[in-house]
Design a binder for this molecule. Structure first.
Ligand code: 5GP
Ligand code: ZN
Length: 112
């Protein structure tokens, strides 16, 4: 989608700090990090929200990439959090499905 910021990152029209990439998924550091490690794992295929997800292979590809990101960022042993925000009450601001990987400090629960 031409007016989607994450599609533009996927297409390298906007620069990002890429952590991991394969044919299905790109992972890059969040521009406004909420933790010492804050990487976004994004399926290359444009899907607006989790409720529009139909192809569950996307999830499998994303979770393979999340494990790789955790190893690359060296948070796989200490622990980390994976978050998907959905619509306004979930705090979604970019309407291209993405998974936040947060780590490098103690995560608090509930998140607020
Ligand atoms: P959401 O609020 O939709 O769950 O998460 C969107 C995330 O994307 C936010 O944490 C925000 O900081 C990040 N973000 C928005 N625009 C950009 C961008 O152009 N580059 C990067 N790297 N992150 C972005
Ligand atoms: Zn998109």
């Amino acid at each position: 989608m031409a007016d989607c910021i994450f599609c533009r990152i996927v297409n390298k029209e906007i620069p990002s700090k890429i952590v991991y990439e394969d044919e299905n998924v790109i992972a890059f550091d969040d521009i406004n990090p909420q933790a010492p490690v804050h990487t976004l794992v994004v399926p290359k295929k444009h899907i607006n929200t989790i409720m529009e997800l139909e192809d569950y292979e996307v999830v499998s590809n994303v979770f393979k990439a999340i494990k790789k990101v955790a190893e690359i960022k060296n948070i796989d042993k200490d622990g980390f959090r994976v978050v998907v925000n959905h619509l306004s009450k979930g705090g979604q601001s970019v309407f291209h499905l993405h998974f936040h990987v947060l780590g490098g400090r103690q995560m608090l629960w509930p998140p607020g």
